[in-house]
Design a binder for this molecule. Structure first.
Ligand SMILES: [Zn+2]
Length: 265
């Protein structure tokens, strides 16, 4: 058993908590379906990954599935961002979703508008989680109210919707949003953004943001993937390991806090 798995087990069972009291999140990395990327993610300790798809990946969906199945990880899909896609592409997306036993697929609003009906005709049980992108506050509200399932991108909310206020403003907006719409959220994108920084850095680049968002999600017993949505040039072993270390230290602290509260009852 690897050191990482040992640590996870310790965190899980070392505190005598029942399953429904565990603050566990499904912490994922984002990767193209390439053996090297998935192998690095697995070796770093990730057990969840979001697979980013293009039309070419869909054409080779069986190969993508076989590569993913080499690693003992659970997957979520990210639907291609570029049109046009044929009916065949859509069918293959649905097949891949089924074969990898996915629980949701991220999709951007323009692609959702264009392909929602066809995708659901092919497979009515696909959970299409529509992502917020460059939305002003009014459009953000509309986005949350008009879709059944959501992908919440925290960086997009902070940068594009709120226009980069200090962290406490983002966090209070996020908490209000989760209170109202938390049950619709099926995926969370959480890069290590801070005002003025480049986009899509590993989450370990902003540990304060990470811990606060992890805690807010754990409080609503969020069950979907939380993705450190990292740009390809930064998907390096060093950063993957830093992300895992950050997540595990949060999890350990959260368990300690929960246990302390229980003792005080
Ligand atoms: Zn995103």
């Amino acid at each position: 058993m690897s050191q990482v798995t040992n640590r996870v087990n310790y965190a899980l069972f070392g505190f005598g908590l029942k399953n429904n009291q565990l603050p566990m999140l499904r912490f994922a990395t984002k990767a193209a379906p390439l053996p090297k990327r998935l192998e690095n993610a697995y070796d770093a300790g990730f057990r969840y990954a979001e697979i980013f798809l293009t039309s070419t990946h869909l054409e080779n969906w069986k190969e993508v599935a076989s590569i993913a199945e080499c690693y003992d990880m659970s997957y979520g899909l990210h639907f291609p961002n570029r049109a046009p896609l044929s009916r065949k592409h859509l069918k293959k997306a649905a097949k891949l979703y089924r074969r990898l036993k996915c629980e949701s697929m991220v999709i951007h609003q323009p692609m959702f508008r264009r392909y929602e009906q066809d995708l659901l005709d092919i497979d009515p049980e696909l959970c299409l989680a529509v992502e917020n992108h460059r939305l002003n506050p009014e459009h953000f509200r509309n986005w949350a109210e008009s879709h059944q399932w959501l992908t919440l991108d925290v960086e997009h909310l902070w940068k594009h919707t709120l226009n980069q206020p200090p962290l406490p403003v983002l966090l209070s907006t996020l908490k209000k949003f989760l209170k109202q719409h938390g049950q619709q959220v099926r995926r969370v994108h959480l890069p290590g953004y801070e005002p003025g920084s480049i986009e899509h850095r590993p989450i370990s680049f902003n540990p304060r943001l990470a811990r606060k968002v992890f805690t807010a999600l754990s409080k609503i017993q969020y069950q979907g993937l939380v993705v450190s949505e990292t740009r390809p040039s930064m998907q390096k072993m060093e950063f993957l390991c830093q992300d895992i270390a950050l997540y595990q230290s949060w999890e350990k602290n959260r368990l300690k806090k929960i246990r302390k509260k229980q003792r005080q009852k």
